[in-house]
Design a protein around this ligand. Structure first.
Ligand SMILES: Nc1ncnc2c1ncn2[C@@H]1O[C@H](COP(=O)(O)OP(=O)(O)OP(=O)(O)O)[C@@H](O)[C@H]1O
Ligand SMILES: O=P(O)(O)O[C@H]1[C@H](OP(=O)(O)O)[C@@H](OP(=O)(O)O)[C@@H](O)[C@@H](O)[C@@H]1OP(=O)(O)O
Ligand SMILES: [Mg+2]
Ligand SMILES: [Mg+2]
Length: 289
């Protein structure tokens, strides 16, 4: 929300105003549309009150729909319902507490390496703290892993993820660098040298610059569009991105993460994207001047 962007939108008839979140929305505006990335009971009540008083205004997006993305189990549930060929999610299990972690001598259907991810993906300070676990020792090193969390199958995918940004019917897929493949040698080395567990955080922030990356083929545009459209409808959300990897061994793409309202400013032409998605431009939702 830099001045350049606000001016750009204004020239196109869209007027952005900051909201005072500590005061009732009904005392502010009038607003035709509220765009937010804020969570919590008080804020939800504030929005609810506003919606009752302004039934024609659009809220992007409803807190109940956003909520689903705050849990790494529920966020991926819609994928299997989409029933799109060659689309899947990695196997994963829930580890609710430390007790169940220490009793997890067998990791069910998963095989090492696995990724431990915090169950909650709610923008909290630890929500992006992950661990790559190479063996049972790494798993039972309780102080390193903090339930509630999920254990997700690590899948070799050539070190590149596809990050797909969705803003209503706008869809853009970009490549980002990812964790490198884990070989048998790495498994042995990490198993003995790191006690079987390695922490990492927010590694997908960097735009990919890996040599050899040009060789990675983008997924077919029709496939990307179908997944984006399916998720948009299933999630009932306008603004999100999802991370996809291509399984090296199968002809299958795996969705590993879905984020609400990501940093669109990293996209080229974000000004255009963010001031022209249809729900913002629809005549019934023009901003009051
Ligand atoms: N199942 C997996 N197999 C292989 N690599 C994975 C897997 N899950 C995650 N990764 C790697 O770990 C990174 C972080 O995982 P994930 O995207 O779930 O975390 P996040 O903190 O929610 O990320 P973001 O910053 O996109 O919100 C991914 O970008 C990818 O590089
Ligand atoms: O700030 P960035 O551009 O890194 O955006 C990241 C965003 O952080 P922000 O909310 O502080 O913007 C994250 O939100 P929280 O989960 O922490 O709420 C999450 O959505 C990431 O996926 C985004 O990274 P991207 O997927 O776009 O690479
Ligand atoms: Mg991610
Ligand atoms: Mg995420």
């Amino acid at each position: 929300m830099v001045p350049e962007f606000i001016n750009y939108a204004k020239q196109r008839g869209i007027h952005f105003f900051p909201i005072d979140v500590s005061n009732p929305l009904t005392d502010q505006g009038p607003f035709d549309c509220i765009i937010h990335k804020l969570y919590g009971h008080e804020w939800n009540l504030n929005l609810q009150h506003f919606t009752i008083n302004h039934p024609n205004a659009t809220v992007i997006d409803p807190p109940s729909a956003i909520q689903r993305l705050h849990n790494r189990i529920s966020m991926l549930e819609p994928i299997s319902q989409l029933a799109i060929p060659h689309l899947n999610i990695p196997n994963q299990i829930l580890v609710p507490d430390v007790v169940s972690l220490t009793s997890l001598s067998a990791i069910n259907d998963l095989s090492f390496p696995v990724i431990a991810k915090p169950l909650l993906a709610d923008g909290g300070s630890n929500a992006h703290d992950m661990s790559l676990v190479f063996n049972n020792e790494g798993l039972t090193k309780g102080f390193e892993l903090e339930p509630p969390m999920i254990l997700q199958q690590f899948v070799n995918h050539g070190g590149v993820i596809f990050k797909v940004y969705v803003a209503d019917d706008y869809v853009k897929c970009v490549k980002r660098s990812s964790l490198p493949d884990v070989s048998e040698e790495t498994m042995e080395k990490m198993g003995s040298e790191c006690g079987g567990v390695m922490k990492f955080s927010q590694i997908s922030g960097a735009v990919t610059s890996m040599s050899g990356d040009e060789k990675v083929t983008m997924p077919a545009p029709e496939f990307i569009e179908a997944v984006a459209e399916g998720l948009r409808v299933a999630l009932g959300l306008h603004l999100f991105n999802f991370d996809m990897i291509k399984d090296d061994k199968r002809d299958e793409y795996l969705v590993i993460d879905i984020n609400y309202f990501p940093g669109y400013e990293k996209l080229p032409c974000y000004e255009m994207v963010f001031s022209s998605f249809p729900d913002l431009k629809s005549p019934t939702h023009l901003f009051q001047i």
